[in-house]
Design a protein around this ligand. Structure first.
Ligand SMILES: [Zn+2]
Length: 103
């Protein structure tokens, strides 16, 4: 694991630590983010059963073809810019956030 990924993990770990949102039936590690463009508030959280990350924004909730160049290009699934910005994987890939001590 490279240090850039570790830094992003620490950022998400810190957002989870500071969050006061409780788990619900399907989602844990829930925290709020504020959209820079619309002022809306979205909730990012981890699926309890499958380990992937989701967002409450419309972009994530409606599966669509991926137009982002890279490994997911042309695939059909869930993704949004909020997960991308936090370094969380798209397309419902299981991913555990760990706080990594940087040397
Ligand atoms: Zn989103």
């Amino acid at each position: 694991m490279n240090s850039a990924l570790a830094v992003r993990n620490n950022a998400v770990a810190e957002l989870i630590r500071q969050s006061d949102l409780p788990d619900n039936k399907r989602w844990k590690n829930r925290f709020k983010i504020h959209s820079e463009t619309s002022g809306r508030v979205y909730i990012i959280s981890q699926n309890k059963f499958h380990g992937h990350w989701g967002c409450s924004c419309m972009s994530w909730r409606v599966p669509k073809f991926c137009k982002i160049p890279g490994p997911n290009y042309g695939k059909y699934g869930r993704y949004c810019k909020h997960l991308t910005a936090l370094g969380l994987p798209l397309f419902e890939q299981p991913y555990e956030v760990q706080r990594i001590r940087l040397k």
